[in-house]
Write a protein of this length. Sequence first.
Lengths: 243, 222
Amino acid sequence: MTLIDLANPTRFLQLTARILPWLAAATAILLLVGLYQAAMAPDDYQQGATVKIMFIHVPNAWLAMFVWGVMSLAALGTLVWRHPLADVAAKAAAPIGAAFTFLALVTGSLWGRPMWGTYWEWDARLTSVLILFLMYLGLIALWRAVEDPSRAARAAAVLTLVGALNLPIIKFSVDWWNTLHQPASVLRMGGPSLDRSFLIPLLVMAVAFSLLFVTLHLAAMRNEILRRRVRSLQMMQASRRSA
Amino acid sequence: MTALAALIRRDIKIALRVGGGALIGVLFFLTVVVLMPFALGPDLALLTRLGPAILWLGALLASLLTLDRLFMADHEDGSLDLIVMSRTPLELTCAAKALAHWLAAGVPLILATPVLGLLLNLDATATAAVALTLLAGTPALTFTGMIGAALAVTLHRGGLLLAVLVLPLSIPVLIFGVAASQAAITGPLAFGTPFSILCALSLVSLVIGPFAAAASLRHGLD
């Protein structure tokens, strides 16, 4: 089974129909375990119980960036390998990524209110995630502006790749501009600075959210394939009626 | 090479003649700056402090306004198809078109800056700093904006979609442009650091812009 075998949408639908229930079950179990562990994790000596927002906020923020990475791979698939499912994958991922980004912003804002005393601060990290959100919305607007999906796919692929190059630049430029958000504390030189009692639930939640993304993404891809089939059937019927 | 030179000459000529619309950008720039005192109040001290930011914002919006024309007119009269099919590499042609667009629409904005600086009560150093940063930064706006223009022309959609796609990409240029001008006027940071980053952004977009625009034209036109 290689990536090329999946190029056949029917085979993709068959395969995903088989694995989706398992994925959904694994996501639900991991989410429950993660939420339980997060609820049982000790309170922070400074932040009290609000530290638990972290277990939702951080996975959302990771996924917000990860989904753009997935879309960039799919964009390469569209432009370089002309993989028939790549544009379906890219299109299905955009709203999910936008949702993760939005949730990261909302949870961060709710966390910021008790900790920083403000819902919003024009800080580097917050601003660059907000720009990421705007770029997701722009990409979705691009998808929705064009009727022909294959045409929209190539335009969206170019924009996704340019965005992938630009996001690090935006990140560093706003870092340089203004900063308040804490620096990275898990993926950093010299190991995580987070205590084990926080780190393990956080990692469980991160895996659970990644699985959630894979589940939602595969389901959205199935829907998109079926939607395209419905559309081409409708077009065929319309042309038959006019003939 | 002669083909590229001819293309640049032709584009500048079209942009500057009747119906070209390159100079409308300058008029728009002037209007945006004139609008600011109405919104902020005629407080000269405040306008002086915000001056570089206002000028940068005006230049950004004005250069966005004229981007529509970069490929649209050529697409309408069919010459874009000839350009895509010609033997000159499309990346070079795109770069030449963007250069011509910058010369016709971007340079007048920079030339207008001293006059607009007077309206905002900027002194000579501040005006020179803003003009210099615009000179270093507007190529980045044109060359990244070209990607949006190429996408818009292949999709037959311009205007708002173009703005939504291009504006987030231009945020770093705005940040470092305003930072460099502020550094030159008030300090305390050195002028050199943000200014070199601004130049770097222009050089990077000089490379990425033509390739991305050429890719979207090649894939998108039929």
